[in-house]
Write a protein of this length. Structure first.
Length: 451
């Protein structure tokens, strides 16, 4: 008997230790079993308490009266499938006649408390079928990306969602994106993680870093072109527009519009071209967009208008030519001048880290998901990397990118440097790797004069 008590105590201590130090291991070893039993045992009572049941049909009531039997209980949604995952449970429900998917979505917070889960989100699969994704622990506290994540030329994993699913950056679906975040909010880590993932893909990386290149130039071995000041950036934009026009001419020459050509073979963008003719897609990363929009003199104002016009043209026309934009900044608002709101309208994906003012959150989500603004301003300072992401469909969710150090990103870019494509139109902006420069002596403050 003593050995049995000792074994139970040992298992309890082990479970508590895992729940404290390794919540993912605790979930896979103990939590998933406890949560499944708790859900199935409380299911009918919880659904009734949350108002997610419907009265029995009239024919059942009539049979009960004629047979002098008790009145049938209200019916809860049918459980179609219950599947455990590495972060929680996936519960698929079949709604009863008269029920609506919005009622289930509105009850997610009550279901979270009733089933003892960390988070519950709802989405409609098809008419009459709703899927609840439940997380058993805080997956965003210590982000661990799954070992097996789908990757392709234009689709890479960049973060983890609050429901335990992977957040992908898919350029074929949403070509252009805007990323905003204050200092020390995790925006740079998100950008490094994106570059490290894209480095292994067959794409051309083009960067604009007006902070003298301190963010992007360490990754330069994987970049086909880089600009570190607004003057060079203006010329780089002109070269990109010229490249875009050349790609359109290639598509026009290869459209194959004849009477006997099937519609599916008619080319309208680079992905409809044969593999041997398809130009390499380009991802343009702008590290700080405000530096391109600010000006102090008349000449700088002309340069600013030239840059913003080029950016707007690339955002409107670049998708078919395989040019995709990643616009980043600490602040993005109408005070940056004319053309900014027109540029924002072309940026379908919005990712906002912690910001210092509500106006920036409104500028990002005010036109697509107003309810995401409140969630954005509530991001704490103690959670760098936590962000709210949404798109033009109006949906949004919390994400957090895994911590990627600058050394890890540099190693990834150096490892895949051989994949850097050679673009003749951008040769003038290709980074040059010179010998280590002599350290620059920074003068120290003058010492106070002694009497």
């Amino acid at each position: 008997m003593r050995w049995l008590i000792a074994a139970v105590v040992l298992v309890a201590v082990l479970a508590g230790l895992l729940r404290w130090r390794r919540p993912a291991w605790y979930w896979l070893s103990f939590g998933v079993t406890f949560a499944t039993c708790r859900l199935l045992g409380r299911y009918r009572a919880v659904m009734d308490a949350c108002g997610l049941t419907v009265p029995p049909p009239r024919w059942r009531l009539a049979i009960a009266r004629m047979a002098n039997r008790p009145v049938p209980e209200p019916r809860a949604p049918r459980i179609l499938r219950l599947r455990p995952t590495r972060t929680g449970l996936v519960l698929r429900l079949g709604l009863r006649p008269g029920q609506d998917a919005f009622d289930v979505a509105a009850s997610c917070d009550r279901l979270r408390h009733s089933f003892g889960m960390f988070g519950v989100t709802s989405r409609e699969i098809r008419s009459g079928v709703v899927e609840l994704r439940m997380t058993g622990y805080d997956v965003l506290r210590r982000v661990q990306m799954p070992a097996r994540a789908e990757r392709s030329t234009t689709r890479v994993p960049v973060a983890l969602r609050e429901d335990g699913d992977v957040h992908y950056r898919d350029y074929r679906t949403t070509p252009h994106a805007l990323t905003i975040g204050a200092t020390k909010s995790g925006k740079s880590v998100y950008q490094r993680n994106l570059v490290a993932e894209l480095a292994a893909q067959e794409v051309a990386l083009v960067g604009i870093d007006c902070k003298q290149g301190v963010e992007l130039f360490p990754l330069a071995r994987r970049f086909s072109a880089l600009a570190d000041n607004p003057d060079t950036a203006a010329d780089l934009f002109d070269a990109l527009i010229s490249h875009m026009e050349d790609v359109y001419q290639l598509i026009r020459a290869e459209q194959r519009i004849t009477a006997d050509t099937p519609d599916a073979d008619i080319a309208a963008d680079i992905w409809d071209l044969p593999d041997h003719l398809r130009p390499v897609p380009i991802v343009l990363l702008v590290d700080e967009v405000a530096e391109l929009a600010l000006f102090a003199t008349k000449d700088e104002e002309k340069r600013r208008d030239r840059i913003i016009t080029a950016l707007a043209r690339l955002a409107q026309l670049g998708r078919a030519a395989g040019i995709y934009l990643e616009i980043c900044g600490q602040r993005f608002g109408s005070e940056l001048g004319k053309g900014i709101t027109m540029l924002r309208a072309q940026l379908s994906v919005r990712t906002v880290h912690r910001v210092n003012d509500e106006t920036s959150a409104n500028m990002a989500f005010g036109d697509i998901a107003p309810d995401a603004v409140l969630a954005t301003v509530q991001i704490p300072v103690s959670a760098p990397g936590l962000a709210i992401t949404g798109d033009a469909s109006g949906g949004w969710s919390r994400i957090r990118s895994p911590h990627t150090s600058l050394r890890a990103a540099v190693d990834a870019c150096n490892k895949h440097a051989h994949l850097t494509p050679d673009l003749p139109a951008l040769d003038a902006f290709r980074p040059v790797f010179a010998s280590p420069a002599v350290p620059v002596a920074i003068p120290s403050p003058a010492a106070p004069a002694t009497p």
